[in-house]
Design a protein around this ligand. Structure first.
Ligand code: F6P
Length: 328
């Protein structure tokens, strides 16, 4: 690496999330502010391997702070998992005279960055961009707040019809390994039960609880199910199980799916993305590398990539208690 940074590449990788555009914008404009050149890399690590690069200036990122998705596009690159793929990516970076990279994505993106760094000793700083909020070292990931609002809005609508027909709805939300969306949206939308991967409720306890709340006078029920939950993984099977074990309700299933990944980012996500994008360039200029820029107690911090991937996703037990108490 040259002693002075001149050209910085930016890419988005893995599942897209609302606010990624705002993060790219902040990186590009922060580069311009510091008289650095910025190179946009399209389709994540895939574009790095194929040399799909384009210079970006402050005007290239106009009118995108409010747009969902990522204008740089994203991919889950299989080739970057191979040594040859990473070597090709390194050659492209060298040929284009890129001195450092900002990668915006989730745990898979950071795992790729760690491996790349081990082999090629290249300065990389990451930003947490995923709706799942499952990255250690930051209180919030970019896109999570917007996804929560999308889910709550959808469940509010489902509740209207559930209530009109005295039905029980199972609503599946995203979160392969993390229950953050389910738990927080569940509390926010007043769900009767919330099933998350971090806690195994068991089918029988679920039935007992639903029967109890029916007895207590509830006429309809919403059960929010994280897609990675033990008993909720097969949501249609779970619906059948409930049908076979209680006849108090007619049971319906709604899978919210990728609607949760789209839409205009919330103000919170735009501000978060802007702060972290500026923080990424600040960190690189201070000589930091191999770190993710996150937000802890409302302060922008940096944390080594390795630490962001450590352990299982942790759920705040206070939130579980709040959900239990407020759903009675
Ligand atoms: O990691 C983000 C996420 O949205 C998960 O919640 C979900 O399980 C996964 O991506 C879906 O990925 P894909 O869009 O590749 O199917």
């Amino acid at each position: 690496m040259k002693s002075k940074l001149q050209r910085i590449g930016v890419l988005t990788s893995g599942g897209d999330s609302p606010g990624m555009n705002a993060a790219i914008r902040a990186v590009v404009r922060s580069c311009a502010y510091h008289n650095l050149e910025c190179i946009g890399i399209f389709r994540g690590y895939e574009g790095l391997i194929e040399g799909d690069f384009k210079p970006l200036g402050p005007r290239s990122v106009k009118n995108i702070i409010n747009r969902g998705g990522t204008f740089l596009k994203s991919a889950r690159s299989k080739e970057f998992r191979t040594e040859e793929g990473r070597a090709k990516a390194y050659r492209n970076l060298k040929e284009a005279d890129v001195d450092a990279l900002v990668v915006i994505g989730g745990d898979g993106t950071f795992a790729g960055a760690i491996q790349f760094n081990k082999e090629h000793d290249f300065p990389i700083v990451g930003l947490p961009g995923t709706i799942d909020n499952d990255i250690n070292g930051t209180d919030y990931t970019i896109g999570y707040d917007t996804a929560l609002n999308t889910v709550v809005e959808a469940i509010d609508k489902i509740r209207d019809t559930a209530n009109s027909h005295n039905r029980l709805f199972l609503v599946e939300v995203m979160g392969r390994d993390a229950g953050d969306i389910a738990l927080n949206a569940g509390i926010g939308a007043g769900a009767e039960e919330i099933l998350i991967p971090e806690e195994d409720m068991g089918k029988d306890r679920l039935i007992a609880s639903l029967k109890r709340s029916k007895k207590a006078g509830k006429t309809s029920s919403i059960v929010v199910v994280a897609e990675g939950d033990q008993i909720g993984k097969n949501i249609l099977g779970l619906a059948d199980y409930i049908r076979n074990n209680m006849d108090e309700y007619e049971v319906k299933v709604t899978v919210l799916g990728h609607i949760q990944r789209g839409g205009s980012p919330s103000c919170y996500d735009r501000v978060l993305a802007s702060r972290l994008g500026v923080g990424a360039i600040d960190a690189l200029m201070k000589g930091e590398r191999g770190v993710m820029i996150g937000l802890v107690h409302n302060k922008v911090i940096s944390v080594p990539f390795e630490q962001t991937l450590e352990g299982e996703n942790e759920i705040d037990t206070e939130l579980i208690r709040v959900a239990d108490i407020t759903s009675t």
